[in-house]
Design a protein around this ligand. Structure first.
Ligand code: TXA
Ligand code: MG
Length: 330
């Protein structure tokens, strides 16, 4: 185990970026901010570092990782992009879009990072600190969300610390993230497929493509066969407290995760109330989602009741994560 390390937290700065790049080059594990959630980075070409990363997260090793690159050109060295993939990259990079692509011939990313698949997931994050680290390091960095496997993704350095301190080498603190849900994942197969709703709403991608994205087969979630996005396990984003969706009223002893102006009957009996966005703004709700789930998880409620959230825009990703949270942790 990596336990027993002391894990320094450095506020984002030139020195922190240099320390992060140095640690990555030495096979270290570095948590850093992206616009979506905090990532736990390792040198994508270093199988030993990636093995440590899986171990630090307690993550099942069949779960492939996203390679983060500094720009489209760096992406082209490890993946083959056709015209449509390039159109998406030009429209959304840097930004919260991940493309699953055929591995390029000279791709030097470790097989362990892609779980033996002949495809690779890549993205260019839209965060100054992430990009500075990628440029200073000078190669692809795999980075799953910087949380223990199965736990809610971290949107602040403090979340990373509470899950991974003592298990990783460095945390770079760039403040709270802007988007709050993970990147949208599009599989560039024979058909373009939405593998995971996320920070870029489906509609924006479909507008660039001029057509709709295909839906992955309904069983992509479970572990029979070869899942298309193997990390999309049903219970991927669960707090420890049971979660009840589309609550129409509140029972005593429940915590309420609210949305919008109108609170529910019984709200005064709630042990705690947090509102994702009182003004009903889905972007604000996405940014608050994981932090509020973590906070309500500590309030001793027997259940976290969640009000309905609309499905348009970032609502698709929010509802996806809430559905997974409600499936519980095994
Ligand atoms: O916003 C994000 O994407 C964050 C930040 C840190 O960049 N990262 C993130 O990584 O969410 P992670 O490891 O938690 O999720 C990666 C997802 C998993 O569902 C995994 O199965 C899928 O990407 N994935 C990776 N490579 C794949 C591949 N070759 N084919 C299909 N799915 C893949
Ligand atoms: Mg994750």
């Amino acid at each position: 185990m990596n336990r027993g390390l002391t894990t320094p937290i450095l506020p984002a700065s030139e020195a922190a970026v240099a320390a992060a790049a140095r640690s990555l080059a030495e096979g270290g594990l570095v948590a850093f901010p992206t616009e979506t959630v905090y990532g736990l980075g390792a040198d994508a070409t270093n199988a030993a570092a990636i093995a440590r990363l899986y171990q630090a997260k307690g993550r099942p090793a069949f779960n492939p990782l996203i390679a983060h690159v500094s720009d489209l050109r760096a992406g082209m060295q490890i993946a083959d992009l056709d015209a449509q993939a390039i159109a998406l990259a030009n429209a959304f990079w840097p930004g919260p879009l991940t493309l699953v692509l055929p591995k390029a011939k000279g791709c030097n990313v470790a097989d362990l990072a892609t779980a033996g698949l002949d495809t690779i997931a890549i993205r260019v994050p839209a965060h100054r600190v992430a990009l500075d680290i990628l440029r200073a390091f000078g190669g692809p960095v795999v980075a799953p969300s910087a949380n223990l496997s199965g736990h809610v993704s971290p949107t602040t350095a403090a979340h990373v610390q509470s899950d991974l301190a003592g298990r990783i080498d460095l945390i770079v603190d760039g403040g709270p993230v802007a988007v709050g849900v993970e990147s949208t994942i599009v599989g560039c197969f024979d058909e373009l497929m939405l593998l995971r709703p996320g920070g870029v709403p489906r509609g924006e991608i479909e507008r660039v493509l001029g057509r709709t994205l295909a839906q992955p087969p309904a069983d992509a979630d479970n572990d029979g066969g070869q899942p298309l996005a193997p990390g999309m396990l049903a219970s991927h984003y669960a707090p420890r407290t049971p979660v009840r969706l589309n609550a129409g009223s509140i029972e005593a002893g429940e915590a309420l995760l609210a949305f919008g102006r109108n609170l529910l009957p019984g709200v005064n009996a709630a042990t705690a109330v947090m509102n994702l966005s009182a003004r009903g703004d889905l972007n604000e709700a996405a940014a608050n989602l994981f932090g509020y789930l973590r906070a309500l998880d500590t309030r001793g409620a027997h259940t976290i009741a969640v009000m309905a959230v609309p499905h348009h825009g970032l609502g698709e990703a929010i509802n996806d994560r809430l559905r997974r949270a409600a499936m519980g942790r095994e």
